[in-house]
Write a protein that binds this ligand. Structure first.
Ligand code: ZN
Length: 86
């Protein structure tokens, strides 16, 4: 009977350690890389979230914008130019 309790306690600790390692690794990955890896950015045109490293970057009006594709980037540039000229 005592063995079963020991196994249950051990299983619980193993579970806790695994869970802790998993969540800690995720935190280190994000913090250690300055949030570059797996950082999600939103495309302001189609509202899609894409990984920052895969996104099309445009510097418009002193701000950096990220897009899922060149199409969205040029759409945004055109819209932005319209707003500027008005
Ligand atoms: Zn898009």
């Amino acid at each position: 009977m005592l063995k079963i309790i020991i196994y249950v306690v051990l299983a619980y600790f193993v579970y806790r350690i695994f869970k802790g390692l998993f969540s800690n690794n995720k935190g280190i990955e994000k913090a250690g890389s300055g949030g570059v890896i797996d950082e999600m950015v939103q495309d302001p045109i189609c509202k899609t979230y894409i990984p920052r490293r895969d996104a099309q970057k445009r510097a418009i009006g002193g701000n950096d914008y990220f897009f899922c594709s060149n199409e969205c980037a040029s759409k945004f540039e055109i819209e932005n130019k319209k707003e500027e000229s008005n």
